[in-house]
Structure formats: structure tokens, C-alpha cells
Ligand binder design. Structure first.
Ligand code: 5RP
Length: 224
């Protein structure tokens, strides 16, 4: 199977899970990226049951609206029961690196409001230890140099994502070469750097459920 077919399979599995678990008229949190896009495309049959959706990026907002799904502002939502999103890497404890699409800050905000985070990913995203994928960090533009210096002190090689501005008007530093045996500690450490808006480690609030697309079918993992 191609990677796209594996992504399609997990998008479909996520739709079935949402159909079973989401209360009538509830608001659904929707992530960003190619896997999330396949999930959005599959959402049409559930449209009538949804109270609306919270989008984790402008790109996702546009896709949801094109489908006729009402998009609700995060500030108008008290609690979300489910959030469905992809990942760039996910470890056995269901901690993730996210932000390949640059939407990490809004994704973190939506994830923090959700009771259950369902991660949808193809098998290439599953790793023993996070860090092969460069860690995306959203930074206030005027602090870029200073933040990059401090990230280098942590052992990483930060590179500015050229020509990219986040939905929040900031820049992304992609940090290469970090070994991340303890993602929750590094997540907190990076957050301490002045000028960092958010980092792409989702360890303190990782996934609750992983739907993993493999050659043998979709595997379901639940956070212990
Ligand atoms: C966007 C993300 C995505 O979830 C992540 O990059 C995975 O994307 P894809 O499904 O295209 O592989 O974090 O900011």
C-alpha cells in the first residue's frame, strides 16, 4: 500500500470512531495536514450530526467551510470531547512531534481543550524515540536569533523555515539533531525560552488514542 492509502485507511477509521463516540450536536476539533485533510474529506456523512468544528489552522477552517461545516471559534467553546489530528512522529508512550505543517500552536490549544486526542498516522510516523523529524518551534520574529542560540545550547541545529509565516504571524525554527529520550522535560525546557510561542513536542498532552495505518490494517493503541 502507498503512504496515501495508509493515510486514507486511518482517516476512514477515525471517521468510524468519531461516529461512535461524538455526542449529537457536539463540536469536533479538527487538525491540520495531509492526513487530517483526508479525514475532513471523509466527514461529509457526519455533517448533520455535528454541532460544528473547531479548526486548528486557517487551511483547515477553509476546508471545513467548503464542506458546509460550521466553524466555531475556540473562544466560544468550553470543552471538546474529541480532537482528531495527524503527527510527524509518535513514540510508544503516544508523545508526538507535530508542526510539520506549521500549525503547532493552534493544534496545541485545541488539543488542550479536548477530552480525547485521536492521532491518525501512517506507520512511517511510529518511532521508538522522537527526534529524527526536526522539532518545529514557533517563535516571535524579533526573538529568532536569540532563541536559535539557546536551542543550539540544548544540542540542536535550528534552521529558519524559509518563506513561512504561521497563522499567528510568527516564524518557525526547525531544530535538527536533537535526541529526545524525555520529551516531556524537553517540551517544558523549550517553553522556558523567551520568544518561544510553542514547540512541536506534544508530550505533556500527548495522544489518547493512536490509529496507525499499517500494511496489516489499521491498528488501534490507547494511552496507558
Ligand atoms: C501540522 C501537523 C501535522 O499533523 C503533521 O505535520 C502531519 O502531517 P501529515 O498528515 O501531512 O503527514 O502537525 O502542523
Amino acid at each position: 500500500m502507498t503512504q496515501d492509502e495508509l493515510k486514507q485507511a486511518v482517516a476512514q477509521a477515525a471517521l468510524e470512531e468519531v461516529a461512535q463516540r461524538l455526542p449529537q450536536n457536539a463540536i469536533l476539533g479538527v487538525g491540520t495536514g495531509s492526513t487530517a485533510n483526508l479525514f475532513i474529506a471523509a466527514l461529509a456523512p457526519l455533517k448533520g450530526r455535528l454541532g460544528g468544528a473547531v479548526a486548528s489552522s486557517e487551511a483547515t477552517r477553509i476546508r471545513l467551510e467548503q464542506l458546509g461545516i460550521r466553524v466555531v471559534a475556540m473562544n466560544d467553546v468550553e470543552r471538546l470531547s474529541l480532537y482528531v489530528d495527524g503527527a510527524d512522529e509518535i513514540d510508544p508512550g503516544l508523545a508526538m512531534i507535530k508542526g510539520g505543517g506549521g500549525a503547532l500552536t493552534r493544534e496545541k490549544i485545541v488539543a488542550a481543550t479536548a477530552e480525547t486526542f485521536i492521532c491518525i498516522a501512517d506507520a512511517s510516523k511510529q518511532v521508538e524515540t522522537l527526534g529524527r523529524f526536526p522539532l518545529p518551534i514557533e517563535v516571535i520574529p524579533m526573538a529568532t536569533r536569540q532563541v536559535a542560540r539557546q536551542l543550539a545550547q540544548l544540542g540542536g541545529l535550528p534552521r529558519l523555515r524559509e518563506g513561512f509565516v504561521t497563522d499567528n504571524g510568527n516564524v518557525i525554527l526547525d531544530v535538527h539533531g536533537l535526541a529526545i529520550p524525555d520529551p516531556a522535560t524537553l517540551e517544558a525546557q523549550v517553553n522556558q525560552i523567551v520568544g518561544v510561542v510553542a514547540n512541536g513536542l506534544f508530550a505533556r498532552r500527548g495522544a489518547d488514542v493512536l490509529l496507525l495505518g499499517t500494511e496489516g490494517g489499521v491498528q488501534r493503541f490507547v494511552h496507558a
